[in-house]
Design a protein around this ligand. Structure first.
Ligand code: ATP
Ligand code: MG
Length: 447
């Protein structure tokens, strides 16, 4: 790739200061006034040029992290692999990165790659130009200069933006090996921007996708959330499957999607429907919960395990609890699931039973459960993708929410008394289940 510095003057591009958030401007001004270089870069510039609303604003500067910290009281330094400053304005965070330079040969405590060529540390500082060529895609390497409102382009990003092409900067296989997450980023940007991935970068994903196995699961979880909850979730899901990247992230779900029969279509449908709803909510500025979507992704795999446990003699509720644990543990080998989310996933799943079989005693309590809304939405989603036997009970829960407290009592008093005790007595568990720990098992979700 030829590196040629092009400057696009203020009068020749469409970004106005008014489009940039006040907080980002404050950071840029403060850096500039202190004598540093300060540029807006990345998604902020790219999305403004495409007339989209940026998700966040990233700043690049020649100030070093300690110098940035000295300038801003509301600054936190984060990251080891890639040291960054976060300038905090309440919930809004402006990310400020010091220009990165190339790794010189030899061992260093500031930069390093592992045996597979993956960057494990990236804290060598450099010039603006060096910073540009270390970014991932040309359209992500456009710099808006706060000094004169021009845009600096070293890699032909403006042309690619115009042509709707996602082009990796530099040697594609080297750049994928340095950071395999760039494959997921390629898919995410292709979905979000409706861009084509340049042919070599496209083809190499199929070849190099297994490198993602070496990425820490916590980072993969973060990427997964960006993919599915960035407002273009459905398209990302379709592209992840096209590029055969989904199987590495969610092997249990992928295996079901590739199986035959009812579970296949339901698994696909429930994911697609949840993503349609998520994308719609995000477009309306509403919040979305990662736990709900993770519960959707793993619901049918969990059902498979539950059935397997029941066949082995476990009681329904017990099987549900074991299967939830099993599926979450297995998934955590691929993407971590922070505890607050895994707890909510379990709550949503476990509540399905209470929702499907409300009893006189428990129904009102279920209604006031703090997870009721999520559990109820989940039930409706299941019904909408083919679990039509849930229709009557869905209607009952929809109905009860609109009633007065007296009428709610009345509705509950017409319910049965629950069969838990009777069933327990009848079906005493004979076989004690013994399963190897999930992590040591093969990933074979077929019962
Ligand atoms: P968005 O914020 O809309 O998801 P973005 O392009 O701003 O997209 P960020 O993850 O916020 O993406 O990163 C900001 C910028 O940092 C990117 O535009 C890119 O220039 C650079 N960058 C981020 N991650 C990588 C990476 N893994 N490899 C190389 N450059 C990266
Ligand atoms: Mg960004």
């Amino acid at each position: 790739m030829k590196i040629k510095k092009t400057i696009i003057k203020q009068s020749e591009h469409a970004i106005a200061r008014d489009n940039i958030s006040n907080n980002a401007l404050k950071v840029l001004y403060r850096l500039k006034e202190a004598g540093y270089q300060a540029y807006l870069v990345g998604g902020g510039v790219r999305d403004l040029l495409l007339d989209k609303k940026p998700k966040d604003f990233d700043v690049a500067t020649d100030a070093h992290p300690d110098e940035i910290k000295a300038l801003f009281r509301n600054c936190r330094l984060i990251g080891r692999r890639f040291r960054l400053a976060h300038i905090l304005f309440g919930r809004d965070v402006i990310e400020v990165a010091t220009f990165r330079g190339p790794h010189e040969g030899g061992a260093s405590t500031h930069a390093g790659k592992n045996d597979e060529g993956r960057i494990i540390r990236d804290n060598v500082y450099g010039s603006l130009e060096e910073d540009a060529i270390r970014r991932d895609f040309t359209v992500n390497a456009l710099y808006y200069n706060i000094r004169d409102d021009s845009i600096v382009d070293f890699t032909g990003g403006m042309q690619d933006l115009y042509n709707k092409v996602l082009r990796m900067i530099g040697d594609v296989p080297v750049r994928y090996r340095e950071d395999p997450v760039r494959m997921l980023r390629a898919v995410r940007f292709a979905a979000k921007l409706d861009f084509k991935i340049e042919p070599q970068a496209h083809a190499l994903i199929f070849e190099l996708k297994d490198l993602l196995e070496g990425i820490p699961v916590a980072r993969l979880f973060d990427e997964t959330i960006k993919l599915f909850q960035g407002g273009y979730g459905l398209r990302c899901f379709q592209l992840l499957r096209e590029y055969e990247l989904f199987e590495g992230l969610f092997p249990l779900t992928d295996a079901l999607i590739n199986s035959s029969g009812q579970q296949r279509s339901r698994t696909l449908k429930i994911i697609e429907q949840a993503l349609i709803n998520t994308d719609e909510r995000i477009a309306q500025g509403k919040s979305v919960n990662p736990a709900f979507f993770m519960a959707v992704l793993l619901w049918y795999p969990m059902q498979d395990y539950k059935n397997r446990f029941i066949e082995r003699g476990q009681h329904e509720i017990e099987a549900l609890i074991s299967a939830s644990r099993e599926v979450i543990t297995r998934q955590q080998a691929h993407t971590s699931i922070p505890k607050r989310f895994s707890m909510m996933m379990r709550d949503i799943w476990h509540m399905q039973n209470q929702l499907q079989h409300p009893t006189r005693k428990r129904a009102l309590r279920t209604l006031t459960n703090k997870r009721f809304r999520a559990g109820y939405d989940f039930l409706l989603l299941r019904e909408s993708v083919g679990e039509h036997e849930l229709k009557t009970i869905c209607d009952w829960w929809t109905d009860i929410q609109t009633q007065s407290p007296e009428e709610q009592e009345q509705m509950c008093s017409q319910l049965g008394r629950g069969q838990k005790k009777r069933k327990r007595r009848k079906k005493k568990r004979v076989v004690k289940l013994t399963l190897e720990p999930a992590a040591e098992q093969q990933h074979d979700p077929e019962p």
